[in-house]
Design a binder for this molecule. Sequence first.
Ligand SMILES: Cc1cc2nc3c(=O)[nH]c(=O)nc-3n(C[C@H](O)[C@H](O)[C@H](O)COP(=O)(O)O)c2cc1C
Length: 212
Amino acid sequence: MKILGINGSHRKGKNTAALLKLVLEETERLGCSTELLELADLDIKLCIACNVCLKQSRCSVAGDDMAMVEHKLLEADGILLGSPVYWSNVTALMKNFMDRSRYLHITRNLLAGKAGAAVTNAGLLHGGQEATLKIMEGFLQAHGLHIVDARNPNTGIFTIGVVGAMMSGFKEDKAVWRRSGADDELVQATSRQLGRNMVALIQQLSGASKMT
Ligand SMILES: Cc1cc2nc3c(=O)[nH]c(=O)nc-3n(C[C@H](O)[C@H](O)[C@H](O)COP(=O)(O)O)c2cc1C
């Protein structure tokens, strides 16, 4: 089982990467191989809206890293997206990746049937995490992936998902900050749960495909 993580942060290896790594580590513990792509490292040109992809599963923009990303997306059993909240939305890097992936979706959903999940980190508490998470999950769903949430199937405990924040609270008229978005018990628990749920769904899907 392969899980591909994609980080849309403009700062590689920071808070969003830390959250992605928590989830990926849990899937590794359960036997998966993982890879984390940092979009900040890659050259992915802007979509030019030529609409070639309306007729064929192909993109007219060439000579950048999208072909390599496509290969890794197609190979993966699970795709885990991470983006920090920028203006209650995903980052420009993540949005650009989404736009460029249109050719994998529009004539035929080439990523359909995989497991998909998302994590996000913001500066503030209630800083737009929920909207950002839903944008990534909606994108994965449009691509035909099965969305995994962080619900614990035994206890039923459920949060909206893996949502980190740099702000941990408020004291004496001042915001209190944490050093890392991953330095939070709830984030750690939900990340591990998300990893477990991803692996369980992939196992379930591969069992189902063997039967058909
Ligand atoms: C352009 C920009 C827009 C941002 N917008 C928001 C926002 O709407 N809400 C929020 O809580 N934090 C916002 N932030 C803060 C980031 O979400 C926060 O610093 C996050 O932890 C960065 O993740 P990283 O460490 O992976 O880069 C913004 C930061 C930048 C640079």
